[in-house]
Design a binder for this molecule. Structure first.
Ligand SMILES: NC(=O)c1ccc[n+]([C@@H]2O[C@H](COP(=O)([O-])OP(=O)(O)OC[C@H]3O[C@@H](n4cnc5c(N)ncnc54)[C@H](OP(=O)(O)O)[C@@H]3O)[C@@H](O)[C@H]2O)c1
Length: 347
């Protein structure tokens, strides 16, 4: 560890997103994790909760500090259920930057937040201190200059990245249908009827029709790229027997006269400088390719004016912890690939 290592805390460290974040951070060359905490933290070894981290850290899993009792920190990661970050952020040390992996600060529209999350939105004065942290579509320098980041949702990341080059160049009609699938780790570490093995391993079902909380997030991000866009977008989420992985299939219609060569150029040019976007051109990616990594794999196929785009990522990688580290790197002026430049498992 260098003397200049940035000191960070992970709150919600016992969960899936927090655990995955620690996996990335403990091998990051510019970071020292000084606190791992959750509401039930008892001071026992962190590796008791996450045995995969054994040998890499002597940290304990502690309780969340009271206001005024926080250690000196450069950045705090929040990996908490909806509503918890909204309440915790005002108590954090003022000098610490914040990256929230949950949804509390992603939506600018308070009414949409209340409707889709079913809980009280953060005050506008607090929400507006957060920048939406999807580096591939953000304005130049926007994330580097931010003190607080709302880390995007997993479905939202895949869907926005599948559509961004097409919208930026005005290549598709406004009606878009997204059929998106997730693995069970997207629901967090606490066992429930929808995540237990027996109920999940042979099943596939749709959920939250017209009501998924990532729908307004996708609309908000797309409207920023192409004003007025997103109202005609449909998102249908499905649970699959996977543990990790998001796979979004996006059905769109090309505007008259737009050829597949124009689509090819749009994807290649838009993502030319983006290290974590890999293009599979006219074929489907596979969730195996990005599992455990921060990569997003995007492919597309067409017939006449019909265009189908596929985007695949790891919900805990680019969909959560990997993306949070990418944002942290940008906020600390580091290359965005630092600590993230590795493939997932080959199978
Ligand atoms: N899982 C994913 O694929 C994914 C992807 C993108 C974003 N996210 C978002 O990331 C956040 C965490 O998700 P997750 O899947 O990691 O959930 P999780 O596995 O259920 O973990 C939640 C963590 O929050 C802690 N916690 C709960 N209430 C708390 C409170 N009031 N104060 C302090 N700690 C508290 C829990 O610890 P205790 O058990 O000790 O309470 C646990 O460490 C959620 O907002 C989720 O939407 C998750």
């Amino acid at each position: 560890m260098t003397a200049a290592a940035k000191k960070v805390a992970v709150i919600g460290a016992s969960g899936f997103a927090g655990g995955e974040l620690l996996r990335f951070l403990l091998s990051h060359p510019g970071i020292e994790v000084v606190l791992a905490a959750s509401s039930s933290g008892s001071g026992a070894a962190l590796s008791d909760t996450h045995p995969a981290l054994r040998g890499l850290t002597n940290l304990s899993l502690d309780k969340v500090p009271s206001p005024g009792a926080w250690p000196q920190l450069d950045l705090v990661f929040l990996c908490l259920p909806h509503g918890a970050s909204r309440d915790l952020v005002p108590t954090l040390p003022a000098e610490a930057k914040v990256i929230d992996l949950g949804g509390d600060f992603r939506l600018q529209d308070a009414a949409a937040f209340a409707s889709f999350y079913g809980c009280e939105p953060p005050p506008a004065a607090l929400q507006t201190t957060f920048v939406y942290g999807l580096a591939e579509v953000a304005a130049a320098g926007e994330i580097a200059a931010a003190r607080r980041i709302a880390n995007p949702g997993c479905f939202a990341s895949a869907c926005i990245l599948a559509l961004a080059p097409l919208l930026e160049r005005g290549l598709i009609e406004p009606r878009v249908i997204i059929d998106a699938k997730t693995g069970s780790s997207g629901s967090g570490a606490k066992p429930s009827a929808s995540t237990q093995h027996a109920g999940r391993v042979n099943s596939l079902y749709a959920y939250k029709s017209y009501a998924h909380q990532h729908l307004p997030e996708i609309r908000q991000a797309l409207a920023k790229l192409a004003p007025g866009w997103g109202e005609e977008l449909v998102l249908q989420a499905h649970s699959t027997p996977l543990v990790r992985g998001i796979f979004a299939t996006v059905y769109a219609q090309l505007k008259p006269g737009i050829s597949i060569a124009v689509v090819d150029a749009a994807f290649h040019e838009y993502y030319a400088a983006q290290p974590f976007i890999r293009l599979a051109d006219h074929s489907s990616p596979n969730t195996n390719w990005s599992r455990g990594s921060n990569f997003v794999d995007i492919g597309w196929v067409s017939q006449g004016r019909e265009l189908t785009v596929f985007a695949s990522l790891d919900n805990l990688g680019k969909g959560a912890a990997g993306q949070a580290v990418q944002n942290m790197n940008l906020m600390f002026g580091l290359p965005q690939t630092t600590g993230l430049w590795h493939a997932g498992g080959v199978i």
